[in-house]
Design a protein. Structure first.
Length: 256
């Protein structure tokens, strides 16, 4: 089974570029399941019912989220109702909409996709180790993929080694910068620290560079605007053995 993880989609420009490039990529790479982080898919951060539907209709199977999950109140009902739109599982279940994982049925087998958020330099949430331990106890499938939305590379690597041999694949999101460490860990888990971003190439995490520079130099609030121009789609392909649930191949890609 070939599973594609796509880096954070930034705004309308990123959504349109994904729609342009994803169908051909799915065919050439023989992709069976597409997972995309969509927490920035609405212009100005967050995700809306419109941006979520746009990604689904473009060929995405499961949308994950992160620290901007609940930026748009109009999405709350969508998180409750859409079966394949998930948010980090370590948000408090009693007070936040949606769920932290989804099961995708292929007929011959199922794949579980889990979303978690890191705690280092991020909003303090429930301990991701405890949360994923609890989820894994409930699952009865060998194919399990995690999107870990986190800032610190060390936090991502530590959780990865903790989960090696227990899940199929792990890709990090949030930093919008693809790392060069796509690999298979010793016990068979596919891994990349951060898969990257889908959006404008000449930008600072999708934002116009001059606005980011102004923010860093002047230390005053700046209203960010998305950059324009040529785009890229950062992604990672995991080839997973259906019988064992282990990754047998991993390839990071940048689609221009």
């Amino acid at each position: 089974m070939n599973i594609l993880g796509i880096g954070d989609v930034v705004g309308t420009i990123g959504c349109r570029f994904l729609r342009e490039k994803l169908p051909k990529l799915k065919k050439t790479e023989q992709i069976d399941l597409v997972i995309c982080n969509g927490e920035n898919s609405a212009d100005g951060n967050g995700i809306t019912p419109v941006s979520a539907e746009y990604l689904f209709s473009s060929g995405v199977d499961i949308i994950t989220a992160g620290n901007h999950t609940f930026r748009r109140k109009e999405s709350y009902r969508t998180f409750d109702e859409a079966p394949f739109l998930i948010r980090p599982a370590n948000f408090p279940a009693a007070t936040t909409p949606g769920k932290g994982y989804a099961l995708y049925d292929f007929g011959r087998t199922q794949a579980a996709v889990i979303n978690l958020m890191g705690c280092m330099f991020m909003e303090p949430l429930d301990d991701p180790y405890t949360v994923i331990d609890g989820i894994l106890k409930t699952l009865d499938t060998k194919i399990i993929i995690l999107d870990f939305h986190a800032e610190a590379t060390a936090e991502k690597q530590a959780l990865a080694y903790y989960l090696d041999g227990r899940i199929s694949a792990f890709f990090g999101t949030h930093t919008h910068v693809q790392t060069s460490d796509a690999q298979i860990l010793p016990k068979g888990m596919g891994y990349i620290t951060d898969v990257g971003m889908t959006g404008p190439i000449h930008s600072v995490l999708g934002v116009k560079p001059e606005l980011s520079i102004k923010k860093f130099k002047e230390k005053l609030p700046v209203r960010f605007e998305l950059a324009t121009g040529e785009c890229r789609m950062d992604c990672v392909k995991f080839t997973v053995d259906d019988a064992t649930g282990k990754t047998v191949g991993v390839k990071s890609m940048r689609i221009l």
